[in-house]
Design a protein around this ligand. Structure first.
Ligand code: FEO
Ligand code: CA
Ligand code: CA
Ligand code: CA
Length: 607
């Protein structure tokens, strides 16, 4: 057998232990740096971070609750590029002087003043949402820094956006702001992201429904998505200046009320949003052909010349579905652009118990998606994607989060983060655990071409406790079916990415402490089935968002909402469960931030 050398170990690092410390833990031989925490100035007058920043200051700073992310090299450099990242939501109790010293239960509405919200607090919260585009450069000692640059940009809940695809111009999205239904304002709750074959950035709109209220008749395009009848998530509709851009979040206000007409505002959300980071003057574009739901993110399969472009998106809510979009046009690298996403077929997944599956098209006029069954146009099918998928008999999943495609073989992986409401009456083979506290990862292979309408699937791993100590139903197993161990127990897989060498990076968003410790990131080798913990984050956060430089020698991940578990009494006292990353809680509360990780010997991260 001379000449044959064993394949190098894909996971060449030593697993890190579980940690409950308020810090980042990386493997031996690795280092890290924290960059761009919430409030870092990147634009305009570069206002320094302070809890007293105004709404307009926030529009020139990095937003909060960092999530999906992509590194765009400049001139193919691995030391200079645009980092583009989502800001999923905010924590008002950390953001305003007025909220400090006030005891609020977790998730409570920020303090109302005379039954209303100070308008600038609303503005600040809106401007802390959305997407940041920031140029970063590597200097001496692997230290990255923000560069003032004309491409630096903030996209927020107030940024003008275009509506494209079949819903554009339909009655569903005609608003006071855009009477012809071609524009809207802002993007909300941007969780995961996507990277298109033509190099643009996709931001997903996930839990947008709760930002609205509808106290009156709740049409199906509101009710099926959970638009509440009580106060909106942060009561933006109660802004004390009555400005249209804030009070539009009350979707029960109609023309007959003589105060406006905001009933269609919620229909302008729930889409995938395409952004060209290299054109700061371009409007972001909502691509309605890809459906309206709680988009966690989107992952594109590697594009093949002369073939349709294929991408996948999960709807992260209990018992919701996984979708696939296939473009009508074939890919041509020289001419491809986002308009390809305006025409194509949206499919929803059915996972049969025998390990086969099918993609069911959501096309008006076909398979019963007809006027007789209440669907009046393709725009209607897309606005009411969840209802169309219900009608088709799609498989209800355990909260589909991120997807990833293995570049080596086109296999698709999706995290199913958990579902405590799964029970013996609604199990299926693809979601086989009752009270699924810890989640699993499903995998499928398309039958032939990536655009195929049938596939075969298996379960890649079950998250959970170790074999020795766990309650039977909470035990996890690795890709080989072996019990998990101290070096790889995990709960609630969420972020997911497969690097160019086919390492499967798995990020935790778990509310559990013992025995899992703080949320961590693990890596799997899909061939050998090895699974190791690579990084652990600080207290009460999730690890989410992942990207690398082209040389794979620099890894970026996000730490979202450190200190999220702070109690109402702790908030009132200004003492948080985490003080990461500044450790100066009296002046700087815990802040979401990006973490840069590299191997001290200059090698590929993970190798
Ligand atoms: Fe925003 Fe489903 O995580
Ligand atoms: Ca997530
Ligand atoms: Ca999650
Ligand atoms: Ca989150």
């Amino acid at each position: 057998d001379a000449g044959e050398t064993p394949a190098a170990d894909l996971l060449g690092f030593s697993a890190v232990a579980i940690s409950t410390a308020d810090e980042i833990v990386v493997p031996e031989g690795y280092s890290y740096q924290v960059i761009i925490p919430w409030g870092t100035p990147i634009l305009g007058s570069f206002p320094s971070f302070s809890v007293n920043n105004t709404g307009d200051d926030q529009a020139e700073q990095i937003g909060s609750h960092h999530d999906g992310m992509h590194f765009y090299p400049i001139n193919d450099s691995s030391e200079d590029g645009l980092l583009v990242l989502n800001h999923e939501y905010v924590e008002p109790r950390l953001m305003h002087a007025s909220a400090q010293g006030v005891s609020l239960s977790s998730g409570a509405t920020p303090p109302l003043v005379g039954g209303l919200r100070p308008a600038d607090e609303v503005r600040k919260e809106m401007n802390a949402h959305g997407v940041s585009v920031v140029r970063i450069v590597k200097g001496a000692d692997n230290q990255w820094s923000v560069q003032p640059d004309s491409m630096n940009r903030r996209i927020t809940a107030l940024t003008p956006m275009e509506i494209h695809g079949p819903v554009r111009g339909s009655d569903f999205v005609k608003t006071l702001y855009s009477p012809n239904g071609t524009m809207t304002r802002g993007t909300l709750n941007n969780c995961g992201n996507g990277y298109t074959p033509w190099g643009t950035y996709m931001a997903a709109e996930e839990n947008w429904a709760g930002y609205f209220t509808n106290k009156g008749d709740n049409p199906r395009e509101h009710s099926r998505y959970g638009v509440p009848s009580g106060t909106g998530r942060w009561a933006w509709e109660l802004a004390d200046n009555g400005a249209d851009e804030y009070i539009r979040f009350d979707a029960s206000i109609k023309a007959a009320d003589a105060t406006g007409d905001y009933r269609n505002e919620p229909v302008c959300f729930g889409w995938m949003v395409e952004i060209d980071p290299f054109d700061p003057s371009s409007n972001p574009k909502k691509r309605t052909s890809m459906g309206r739901f709680g988009h966690e993110g989107v992952v594109f399969a590697p594009a093949e010349e002369g073939k349709p472009v294929v991408c996948y998106s999960g709807d992260d809510s209990r018992f919701e579905y996984i979708y696939k979009f296939v473009t009508a046009a074939n890919y041509n690298a020289a001419t491809a652009n986002g308009s390809m996403l305006d025409e194509g077929i949206l499919y929803v997944a059915k996972f049969n118990d025998d390990g086969t599956g099918e993609w069911m098209p959501l096309v008006y006029g076909e398979n019963g998606l007809t006027d007789a069954n209440g669907f009046t146009s393709q725009a209607d099918v897309l606005v009411n994607t969840r209802l169309a998928a219900d009608f088709m008999g799609a498989t209800p999943m355990d909260r589909p989060e991120w997807g990833a495609v293995d570049p080596a073989n086109g296999d698709v992986y999706f995290t199913l983060t958990n579902n405590t409401r799964r029970n013996d009456s609604n199990l299926n083979e693809a979601n086989p655990r009752a009270a699924n506290n810890h989640g699993h990862i499903i995998r499928w292979k398309e039958d032939g071409e990536q655009a195929a309408t049938t596939f075969t699937w298996d379960i890649f791993l079950f998250a959970g406790d170790a074999g020795e100590s766990g309650v039977e139903s909470n035990k996890g197993s690795d890709p080989n079916g072996n019990d998990l161990t101290a070096e790889n127990i995990l709960s609630s897989p969420d972020g997911l990415w497969i690097d160019p060498d086919s390492r499967v990076w798995i990020q935790m968003d778990s509310g559990w402490d013992d025995p899992f410790g703080n949320c961590a990131m693990l890596v799997a080798d899909p061939t050998t089935g090895d699974l190791k913990r690579f990084l652990v984050g600080p207290i009460d956060q999730e690890i989410t968002g992942i990207t690398m430089t082209p040389d794979q020698k620099t890894l970026f991940i996000n730490v979202q909402h450190p200190g999220e578990g702070t109690s109402g009494a702790q908030f009132a006292a200004g003492s948080y469960s985490s003080s990461w990353p500044d450790y100066t809680p009296s002046t700087r509360p815990p802040r979401s931030a990006t973490v840069v990780v590299w191997k001290n010997d200059g090698g590929v991260v993970g190798s």
